[in-house]
Design a protein around this ligand. Structure first.
Ligand SMILES: [Zn+2]
Length: 260
C-alpha cells in the first residue's frame, strides 16, 4: 500500500471508522514512516484543537477600557451629550459588542468549513467503504483459514446449505466447465447484514463472490485496492461483488459467466 492510500486511511483511523485489519495496518505503518506519522500527528492535533472549543478570540482585558477611554475623549472633544455606560455612548457600545461577536463567529465558521472540506475531500465514498469491507472479507477468508463453511463443487449442495441461514437464496452456479470450479460457500457479514460468499478457483487464484439483496443499479463498477481487483454489479435484485488477485481479463470473464 502506498503512503497516499495510508493518508486516506489515517482520517478514518482517527475517527475510529476503520475495521480491524485496516486499523492494524495503519498502526504497523506509522512507526516506520516519517511522512505518514507527521500527517497522523497534525490531523490528531487539529482534531483535538477542534474539539476543545477554545476557538473564540478573547481580547486582552484592558482593551475594552482603552477603547472606552478613547471614545470618551473623542466624544468630549466633540462636546456632544448622550446616554453613557461607563463613559461610552450606548449605541457605540452596542455596535462594538456586535462587532466582536461577528468576528468570533466568522473565525469559528472559517475553521469549521476548513475542517469540513478537509474531511469531506479525504472521506471515502459509500462505494469505497463497501469495497473496503468486501476486500477485508476476502483477505480475512484467506488469512483466518476460514474459506468455506460448506465445501463442495456441487451447486445443488451449496445452494440448499444457505437455506435457513439467510433471508434470501443466492443464485449458485458451478463454472467448472469454464475453468472456474466452485469450491464452496460460507456466511459472511457485510454492510451490517449476513451475506452469501461463494468461493471459486482459477488455477492458484481464489475468487470470493459476495451476494446480498439490493435494489437495482445499472452501472457495473471495477476498482483495484491493495493489489486486488474488484467488480461490483446488481442483477435480479441482488448486489454482487467479485474480488480476487486474478488478472482483469480472467476476472471479467468470470463475471460474464456469472451474469449469463
Ligand atoms: Zn507512509
Amino acid at each position: 500500500m502506498s503512503c497516499e492510500e495510508y493518508d486516506t486511511l489515517i482520517h478514518g483511523y482517527l475517527d475510529g471508522e476503520l475495521d480491524l485489519p485496516s486499523t492494524l495496518r495503519v498502526e504497523a505503518h506509522l512507526p516506520g514512516c516519517v511522512s505518514c506519522a507527521r500527517t497522523h500527528e497534525s490531523q490528531r492535533a487539529l482534531q483535538s484543537a477542534m474539539s476543545n472549543g477554545k476557538l473564540y478570540f478573547t481580547p486582552p482585558t484592558d482593551l475594552s477600557r482603552r477603547v472606552q477611554l478613547a471614545l470618551h475623549q473623542a466624544h468630549k472633544a466633540q462636546g456632544r451629550t448622550s446616554s453613557f455606560v461607563r463613559g461610552v455612548p450606548k449605541p457605540v457600545l452596542r455596535r462594538i459588542s456586535w462587532a466582536w461577536m461577528s468576528v468570533a463567529a466568522a473565525a469559528v465558521l472559517v475553521a469549521m468549513v476548513a475542517w469540513w472540506l478537509g474531511s469531506v475531500a479525504s472521506r471515502p465514498s459509500p462505494d469505497d467503504l463497501v469495497a473496503q469491507e468486501v476486500l477485508s472479507g476476502h483477505v480475512r477468508s484467506l488469512m483466518a483459514n476460514h474459506l468455506t463453511d460448506v465445501s463442495s463443487s456441487d451447486q445443488h449442495t451449496v445452494k440448499p446449505w444457505f437455506t435457513g441461514k439467510l433471508d434470501f437464496s443466492p443464485p449458485v452456479k458451478d463454472l467448472s466447465g469454464d475453468g472456474f470450479p466452485l469450491m464452496g460457500g460460507r456466511l459472511d457479514y457485510l454492510e451490517d447484514r449476513p451475506v452469501a460468499a461463494l468461493v471459486y478457483q482459477r488455477r492458484k487464484h481464489l475468487i470470493n463472490l459476495f451476494i446480498w439483496p439490493s435494489p437495482p443499479d445499472s452501472k457495473q463498477k471495477t476498482l483495484t485496492r491493495q493489489g486486488y481487483n474488484l467488480v461490483r454489479w446488481t442483477q435480479g435484485g441482488m448486489a454482487y461483488w467479485a474480488v480476487s488477485d486474478l488478472n482483469w481479463t480472467e476476472l471479467k470473464e468470470f463475471v460474464r459467466l456469472v451474469q449469463s
